[in-house]
Write a protein that binds this ligand. Structure first.
Ligand code: ARG
Length: 588
């Protein structure tokens, strides 16, 4: 379906031409004075200079023609030369009826679908998921769903961190604790045990212990570095142990991401890039891109126009070990070979901006990607506590994701059971659904690049610009629709009729903005546009709802028409929250 603004715009172009002016002046926008009109055109001002005629006269000429169009109910020329427009009710209803009949709710799928890879989540194996990884998962999941809804082929990859020093640290600590394990016996030739020598909770304790020790004890750190190199070199016992760490950890991560409604198509890892590294290094040396500098292998990536220093991209450390940049570059080789994406979008904390500048420049310079492969890094801001500092537990430790979710759910449960008696099990279930919406909406309603304050009280409120408010609105609609059906009404039969009040017309106008919102959210990689849209839509709906007695309306046709409008509103809201990555309960 063509966006409504295009249809309106075409009318304006025609009218400018019919009045003898350049058609391109007929550009229409949403009104910035909704109290006066719904749409406006300022083309007469620009025309005034070109035609040396008073703008109000030009606006008058054009308005006189637009008046006759079926699209408008009222067109007025106002000083100094604005053209104010209000839509015809028939035209608006016709548009909404088409939208109602369209399974894509008027969104046109991309004509030339792109293959887009989204690199998000980015958890590190054997380290507990903490709130820092929360934003990547939440934003990435939404970006993925939006691009998919826009009609593209989208592949989400978790890209786990499993190849760096943290692995060497864990191996070292395991060795200290259980030196007799067969993994450390260099002469061992047989099969390794299938059972891991640790559980997930042990693993989660091992890492911080090891990391702490390595900071105090240089010899310990040296050992961990060595273990990392041995692992990367393919020492059998180390690889077997690492495989155990992966298995135990990934099972746990799948559960955690599952609780967040985050689904990856690929569970690839940094280590999957390892097989490409030796050839990549050879190639970069042979082509003269990479050279040795103080023992390290580097590629220069600075550019003349740089305003700040961009250090060379390091390919191998002095000890020959691969780094974060190395695996990211080699991963690009894997991705180009196996998925051939048109575009790759990376979601990490914005402090990794320089890393991605280096990686992207190096990949282009060394031709690991094609000239037209788009590489984008979306760097997000920090999630802060009310004190404005990075979010911590009450005792000041690193906040684990599960704890945070538990806190929110408990608060939600309290709110849900506060006002009315509900079955405890059902309330717990509802609290989970609403709690997730509170977290995700709280995050996504901010522009990704900005820091934001994680405010439990605010995020869990049923009023204001929050996830629970949006869900509450959906639940309200669901309940009206259910009552209508219980009374014998049939949802499918309803056709949206003419707006009977100003609030109904505003709601209808808001619904037509669904498709443009989706296009914009996709183009700008901006889920927050969807949040602000559904906040406006929910407000318009609630205004209409408070002014209208829907179920007790005597006129059957009018009642059915309102029910149809509610049903469309619900479909739009539910589609939007699905794109944000959460859902609505039946009741709350
Ligand atoms: N594991 C990394 C971290 O915790 C994030 C990975 C992001 N993706 C990437 N291709 N570098 O910081």
């Amino acid at each position: 379906m063509e966006p409504i603004l295009n249809l309106i715009n075409k009318e304006a172009v025609r009218a400018f031409e019919a009045a003898g002016y350049d058609g391109s002046l007929g550009k229409v926008t949403l009104s910035n004075r909704p109290d006066l009109c719904e749409y406006q055109c300022n083309g007469a001002m620009a025309a005034a200079k070109k035609y040396k005629k008073a703008p109000i006269l030009i606006a008058g000429d054009v308005a006189a023609i637009l008046e006759k169009s079926e699209v408008f109910q009222e067109v007025t020329a106002v000083n100094p030369g604005f053209i104010n427009m209000k839509l015809n009710r028939e035209f608006l209803t016709g548009y909404l009826q088409d939208m109602q009949a369209d399974e894509n709710l008027s969104v046109e799928k991309a004509k030339e679908p792109k293959t887009i890879m989204i690199d998000y989540g980015g958890a590190n194996v054997a380290k507990p998921l903490h709130v820092g990884h929360l934003r990547s998962a939440i934003i990435g999941e939404s970006v993925k769903r939006i691009a998919r809804y826009a009609g593209h082929k989208v592949i989400g990859d978790v890209h786990l961190g499993d190849w760096g020093l943290q692995m060497g640290l864990i191996i070292t600590e395991v060795k200290k604790r259980q030196p007799d394990l067969v993994y450390f016996d260099e002469n061992y030739q047989g099969e390794y045990p299938t059972e891991a020598p640790f559980t997930i909770s042990e693993l989660e304790e091992i890492y911080p212990t090891a990391s702490g020790k390595s900071k105090e004890d240089p010899a310990y750190k040296e050992e961990a570095l060595e273990a990392t190199a041995k692992l990367q070199d393919g020492v059998r016992g180390y690889r077997a142990l690492w495989q155990h760490i992966l298995n135990v950890s990934i099972t746990d991560l799948k559960k955690n991401y599952g609780n967040l409604n985050v689904e990856f198509d690929l569970w690839k890892k940094e280590s999957d890039a390892q097989p490409y590294i030796p050839d990549m290094v050879e190639y970069m040396k042979k082509e003269g891109y990479a050279y040795m500098d103080q023992g390290a292998l580097i590629v220069d990536v600075k550019e003349e126009t740089d305003t700040k220093e961009v250090p060379p991209c390091m390919i191998l450390k002095t000890d020959g070990a691969a780094l974060y940049t190395t695996t990211d570059l080699a991963t690009l080789i894997d991705r180009m070979k196996n998925y051939h994406p048109d575009e790759i979008i990376y979601l990490t904390d914005k402090r990794q901006e320089m890393h991605f500048t280096q990686v992207f420049r190096c990949a282009r310079k060394t031709k690991l990607v094609e000239e037209n492969t788009v590489l984008k890094h979306i760097g997000f801001g920090t999630m802060n506590g009310k004190d404005g500092k990075p979010f911590k537990t009450r005792t000041g430790g690193v906040m684990r994701l599960e704890w945070l979710i538990d806190d929110i759910n408990a608060e939600m449960f309290k709110k849900i059971t506060e006002n009315h008696s509900v079955d405890e099990a059902e309330a717990r279930e509802t609290a989970k659904i609403v709690g997730l919406a509170a977290i995700k909406y709280g995050d996504l309603s901010n522009q990704a690049s900005k820091d934001y304050i994680f405010d439990v009280d605010k995020f869990t409120s049923f009023e204001g610009n929050t996830g629970p408010y949006i869900l509450y609105t959906i639940v309200r609609i669901k309940s009206i629709l259910a009552k209508y059906q219980v009374a014998g009404g049939v949802l499918q039969n309803g056709r949206i009729g003419l707006a009977a009040s100003a609030s109904e017309k505003s709601l209808m106008l808001e619904l037509t903005r669904f498709a443009p919102t989706i296009y914009q959210a996709y183009e700008e990689i901006a889920p927050h546009k969807i949040c602000s849209y559904i906040y406006d839509l929910a407000n318009e709906f609630n205004r209409f709802y408070h002014e209208t007695k829907i179920l007790s309306e005597e006129n059957e046709e009018q009642r059915a028409s309102w029910i149809a409008l509610l049903d469309l509103t619900k479909r739009v809201l539910e589609t939007c929250i699905d794109l944000l990555g959460f859902e609505a309960p039946e009741r709350m």
